[in-house]
Write a protein that binds this ligand. Structure first.
Ligand code: BGC
Length: 512
């Protein structure tokens, strides 16, 4: 006879086994990385530097919104000091050595280098800061991977329309040229722009990032066109004028989250979600045909006409522009965090404000409760989505070489970050599955080296391998459990799903 205890035992045991299967679905328990695979960690200027008005730096759009409208940020904070990396860069490099990084991805602050926004005045002190950082890294053989633009546009350029003004193509590429001239002798990996979707949709078509413009379904598309042309111009300048002597690479980082569906009938909606959110930027650069995706062009054009406009809100490219943008990236820089499910039924028509990007997409996204691990809602745990995304990039775009330029997990702080460890192990494992199945992934970058200013979330969401103490003047950095796990991966060039660090004391390995 089955006693109630036995039944309970079997029920609980099967739940635990099912849980373990979803969490522990690794193809192998210990697996090697390809021989030339490279590992790094990333940050961005406004998120870590601080020194917002020191030594001649002028105001950018994040200085501006956080000073004029502080409580648009969750904790009413700003990046005035942030992690104080402007003064603590030697400690930053020490952490890179502790982890054993091959490269460090950081971004340049446009207004620190060019306080007028233009190349008429180069701020020597700002240049010196980046020279110090780069030289300190190179002393220990840590390669700089430099993002030219990670969201901190000069405020003056914003006042002239920012990314909606076609002159930005020259403003941005002049700045890029200055950076190649100043640092290109030592920087061999350039990222033109970080996450066009976030710049254009969140900044211009919504109010979730500076400049909080929220001109829906219009400004976001104007931005998309100018941004792609600005990126391509920087690429061509580097390719023709600098690459022959400096010999580096230059590429763009796209944010791509995977969209999938639980029901076959919504497969088209999931496809559209991928098109609108990341193929809008991937297609012009990485496809054989170039240009914005067809479905998107047709949908926005038809809706625009219905809305009484004379032309599509999604601007067109000329044939020359399509050519100019196509092929303008040496790698597919990929920032990936999570996955969403999608559906489309009657209820979505007329649901969103019109016009808007979401009204154009005509779908609803959602996530599953079981994808939440840890306290934060920010980053859901869906490692298989990473595999599917990498496979889609391989299949849709002719297997381009990919560098993962960001991947990471948010917590609310604490050194024992077991959930982050779970996230990293399983996402890296999914990436290895994709590599095993033919994806050409060349490198992986953890976001982030340390906690930092998480945009409108202020200091509430923490992404760091190192915890930063914002109460201390020097912004003390302390390694989390995930830092030790990442270090072990880099040290062994192996992913061991069961590895548990046996120390909480960081040291620098020989040779670093
Ligand atoms: C951005 C980072 C940001 C991270 C976590 C990425 O979209 O490039 O600046 O901190 O996501 O939200």
């Amino acid at each position: 006879m089955w006693s109630i205890q036995r039944i309970l035992f079997f029920v609980i045991a099967s739940i635990v086994i099912a849980e373990c299967k979803t969490i522990n679905n690794a193809r192998h328990e210990v697996r090697k990385f390809p021989g030339n695979f490279r590992f790094g960690a990333a940050t961005a200027s406004y998120q870590v530097e601080g020194a917002w008005d020191e030594d001649g730096k002028s105001e950018n759009i994040w200085d501006h919104i956080t000073h004029t409208n502080p409580c648009v940020v969750k904790d009413c904070s700003n990046g005035d000091i942030a992690d104080d990396s402007y003064h603590q860069y030697k400690r930053d490099v020490e952490m890179m050595r502790e982890l054993g990084l091959d490269f460090y991805r950081f971004s340049l602050s446009w207004t620190r280098i060019l306080p007028t926004s233009f190349p008429d005045k180069i701020n020597e002190a700002g240049v010196q800061y980046y020279n110090n950082l780069i030289d300190e890294m190179l002393k220990y053989n840590i390669k700089p991977m430099v993002t030219l633009y990670h969201w901190d546009l000069p405020q003056k350029l914003q006042e002239m329309g920012g990314w909606t003004n076609p002159n930005i193509i020259d403003w941005y590429s002049d700045y890029a040229r200055v950076a190649f001239e100043l640092f290109g002798d030592r920087v061999k990996d350039w990222i033109t722009i970080n996450e066009p979707l976030q710049v254009c949709y969140h900044g211009y078509g919504d109010n979730s990032l500076a400049p909080l413009l929220n001109i829906k379904g219009v400004a976001d598309y104007m931005c998309a066109k100018n941004l792609l042309l600005a990126h391509a111009k920087a690429y061509h300048i580097y390719d023709k004028e600098f690459r022959p002597t400096q010999g580096g690479s230059i590429f763009i980082s796209l944010s791509a989250q995977w969209h999938d569906t639980e029901h076959e009938e919504f497969a088209d909606a999931a496809k559209d979600a991928n098109e609108f959110t990341w193929e809008i930027y991937a297609n012009p650069i990485f496809s054989d045909t170039g240009d914005f995706p067809e479905v998107m062009k047709k949908r926005v054009a038809a809706k625009s006409i219905e809305q009484g406009l004379y032309r599509s809100r999604l601007p067109e490219f000329t044939a020359e522009e399509i050519d100019y943008i196509r092929g303008s990236s040496d790698y597919f820089g990929l920032n990936h965090y999570s996955t969403k499910y999608v559906y489309r039924n009657e209820s979505v028509f007329g649901y969103y404000e019109s016009p808007s990007f979401y009204d154009d997409m005509e779908l609803v996204t959602y996530t599953k409760n079981e994808w939440k691990i840890g306290e934060s809602q920010f980053t859901k745990f869906v490692p298989w989505g990473f595999y599917k995304l990498l496979t889609e990039i391989k299949e849709a775009f002719g297997n381009p070489p990919v560098v993962i330029t960001e991947n990471g997990f948010a917590t609310y702080g604490g050194l024992d970050d077991e959930d982050r460890v779970t996230y990293y192990k399983h996402y890296i494992n999914s990436m290895l599955d994709a590599i095993e199945d033919g994806s050409d992934v060349r490198g992986y970058t953890a976001w982030s080296l340390m906690d930092n200013y998480e945009w409108l979330q202020g200091y509430t969401e923490r992404f760091g391998l190192y915890e930063v103490d914002y109460e201390s003047a020097e912004r003390t950095r302390t390694p989390r459990k995930s830092a030790f796990v990442y270090k072990q991966i880099l040290r062994t060039r192996e992913l061991d799903m069961h590895y548990e660090p046996d120390t909480d004391v960081m040291t620098i390995d020989k040779g670093h």
